[in-house]
Design a protein. Structure first.
Length: 261
């Protein structure tokens, strides 16, 4: 009886090497594409842009002819739709049951969640930049129609702060969506909390003090106006911790422990 020896092929494990990691830039690009993949997200983006432009046109047509005011008049629309877009980008993975595929391709769930935050923040920055760019022609055309002069000077510092505030509210939506993993509940919490803080600020000294430290709508005003001071930093950080950092960390913990089905 003779025996044959297979040729030596080397250490298969060494040749295979470690598993390749999905580059974070590619992960963020995929999450950004997902923001427009569904009809809900596409409708939100469309309403976001059209609503913001409409607010600018109305402001320039009937109120201010200052390009700075015209650009920031889109703040209400952005504050309504950007957080909702962030919420939907997170919760859609669970509502549409695509989380199993997503986390099979990238098992480290924290990377996916961070990529979603980066993608949503990029959309907030791009939308803010678009509104700033459109402020010039909108103001100029409105001034020509109204037969008066326009103020076209812009404050870069204030606009950078305004853009940062839009990013903060978008990240707040991401954090709430990750913490609750339910779109309807997250949207209700976001809007009800905003209204509740407004009423709390009117209840007296204690309510006003709490709102001045923990209401992101209040603490972000100096940043949006480009008038940040040392006294405004503490309240801003406290409100960010309550509405962005804390919920995001709880969301990371919940997403990591959530059973995939």
């Amino acid at each position: 009886m003779s025996s044959s020896t297979l040729p030596h092929t080397g250490d298969l494990r060494a040749e295979a090497g470690p598993a390749r990691t999905v580059p974070f830039a590619r992960l963020a690009a995929v999450e950004m594409r997902k923001l427009a993949d569904t009809r809900t997200a596409l409708a939100l983006l469309t309403l976001l842009v059209l609503g913001a432009i409409g607010a600018m046109v109305v402001n320039a047509s009937f109120f201010s002819l200052d390009a700075q005011d015209v650009a920031t008049s889109a703040a209400l629309t952005l504050g309504l739709f950007l957080p909702v877009l962030g919420i939907v980008s997170v919760t859609s993975e669970w509502n549409k049951r695509t989380a199993l595929t997503t986390f099979a391709l990238e098992p480290r769930r924290w990377r996916v969640l961070v990529a979603k935050a980066v993608a949503a923040a990029a959309v907030a920055i791009a939308t803010s930049a678009l509104m700033i760019a459109l402020a010039y022609p909108t103001t100029a055309v409105a001034a020509a129609v109204r037969g008066t002069d326009a103020q076209l000077a812009l404050d870069p510092l204030a606009l950078a702060g305004w853009t940062a505030v839009n990013v903060l509210f978008t990240l707040c939506g991401i954090a709430l969506g990750a913490m609750l993993l339910n779109a309807a509940a997250s949207i209700v919490v976001y809007f009800v909390a905003s209204i509740a803080w407004g009423f709390l600020g009117l209840t007296g000294d204690l309510g006003s003090t709490l709102a001045g430290w923990l209401d992101l709508n209040v603490t972000s005003v100096p940043l949006a106006d480009g008038e940040m001071s040392a006294d405004a930093v503490g309240p801003l950080l406290a409100s960010i911790g309550l509405w962005v950092t804390g919920p995001f960390l709880l969301g990371l913990l919940r997403v990591n422990r959530m059973e995939l089905r």
